[in-house]
Design a protein around this ligand. Structure first.
Ligand code: SAM
Length: 414
């Protein structure tokens, strides 16, 4: 999995601001690394210098990496990278830091071979890196960009707010700081989804269709992973589907799956976080989500977001499960053969994430809630009222059959 994250994008688009925001949101994390800054003289940009972020001295001597000779003529100073820059990189490797910042890698270091080698040693090491890559083509930048262990996010004014929680969560995963900190390897996940879980998605999609009767409009699959539930929903309805996930790698598999199944025209992909869904209010008819809520940091905020994007009369079908007990037994058997800790880990995860969803939804005034719980499933289903929400308490009763009347343009829960 890519443990090194770089941001790229146009000048002044907010890359460093985003890095600072992410660092500020990781207060318990020890950071080392470097920053490059601009040097002004008499309000004119005269140079760039590099600084160890833990070095508080204001001394700039020996730190200049580029100087402006006259107006538009710049010269690089590779020796600064090879001496000072290399020292900073070596310090990062050997100190007690958890995360290494490289803000930024550009073209001034194109001829700094020692520094480049030190950067690659850091990228190879265990500690995650958060950095900025200049949007330029040099052999060095290309080599960094194309490494397997590097993910590059292109930042622009439209996506920078949305990418904040995405990148933050990815780093928290790497740093082992997630509340429900189970790390999923997207490649392994997709392999099991394809080889073992496939019938589960089809069955759950069938149940969702039967229970919600929503077959047209827009469906959002939250925490869609490699997209299998959303694609199955698209197969049996006329719904257009948006696959939302905070993992770029999961979504790259999802994109392949959408293309393979021939659904490019009806299934779209968005990188984003459930706590800040990048969609307008009242834009979605059906929200589905399988196996993702166990990872959400703030359940109330996540459900509020789901509620916000639902149209009045729209339905959310969120939870986890295997469709039926028979399918669960089959999956358990096959997964246990692949991984002898499968059942143990699954039971532990279920225990750890067994929250009182009725209470959570009640606390944010979401009513019309139904819980579907059996040995193979746990689904929270709710319908957004036709009128603006008024706090009414819960109308659904856990484990009891219940009914909601059909809404004019949307289905009903039965
Ligand atoms: C166990 S996987 C389930 C994937 C898919 N729904 C399925 O059933 O195959 C959980 C997914 O939720 C995503 N996820 C976790 N937290 C998330 C969040 N805060 N926002 C969006 N996606 C999230 C993960 O990246 C992962 O792809």
């Amino acid at each position: 999995m890519a443990k090194n994250i770089f941001l790229t994008g146009n000048l002044q688009v907010g890359k460093t601001t985003l890095i600072n925001k992410i660092i500020a949101a990781l207060p318990a994390t020890r950071i080392s690394g470097f920053r490059t800054s601009r040097y002004y003289h008499e309000h004119k940009l005269k140079g760039f210098y590099i600084e160890d972020i833990n070095d508080e001295s204001k001394e700039l001597k020996d730190k200049f990496i580029g100087r402006c000779i006259n107006e538009d003529h710049w010269v690089s100073i590779p020796s600064t990278f090879d001496s000072y820059g290399t020292q900073v990189m070596e310090r990062c490797l050997n100190d007690q830091s958890d995360l290494i910042v490289m803000d930024e890698l550009g073209f001034f270091e194109s001829d700094a071979a020692r520094f480049q080698a030190a950067v690659f040693r850091v990228l190879d090491a265990d500690k995650p890196v958060l950095g900025v890559l200049k949007q330029k083509e040099t052999p060095f930048l290309r080599q960094v960009r194309h490494r397997e262990d590097v993910t590059v996010y292109e930042i622009n004014e439209d996506n920078r707010d949305r990418l904040f929680p995405v990148i933050l969560c990815e780093l928290q995963d790497e740093l082992g700081q997630r509340k429900y900190g189970v790390k999923i390897d997207p490649e392994e996940f997709e392999k099991s989804a394809r080889e073992v879980f496939a019938p589960v998605y089809a069955e759950i999609a069938r149940q969702i269709k039967e229970r919600t009767q929503i077959t047209a409009g827009l469906c959002l699959d939250v925490g869609a992973g490699t997209g299998r539930l959303g694609i199955e929903v698209a197969k049996i309805t006329n719904l257009s589907v948006i696959l939302l996930d905070r993992s770029l790698k999961m979504l790259s598999f999802a994109s392949q799956n959408v293309a393979e199944e021939g659904f490019r025209n009806r299934v779209k992909i968005i990188l984003g976080d459930v706590h800040r869904i990048p969609l307008p209010d009242q834009s979605i008819d059906l929200v589905v989500s399988r196996g993702s809520l166990f990872f959400w940091e703030d359940q109330q905020k996540a459900f509020q977001e789901i509620y916000r994007v639902l149209v009045p009369g729209g339905i959310a079908y969120v939870g986890g499960g295997f469709g039926s007990e028979e399918l669960k037994r089959k999956v358990d058997r096959e997964m246990q053969e692949r991984d002898s800790n499968w059942k143990k880990n699954l039971d532990e995860k279920i225990k750890k994430t067994n929250l009182d969803y009725c209470k959570i939804l009640d606390s944010i005034a979401i009513s019309n809630v139904r819980m579907i719980k059996d040995r193979a499933n746990m689904w929270v289903v709710f319908k957004k009222e036709q009128c603006p929400p008024v706090r009414q308490g819960l109308t659904g009763i856990v484990d009891q059959p219940w009914r909601l009347e059909a809404a004019p343009n949307h289905g009903r829960l039965v």
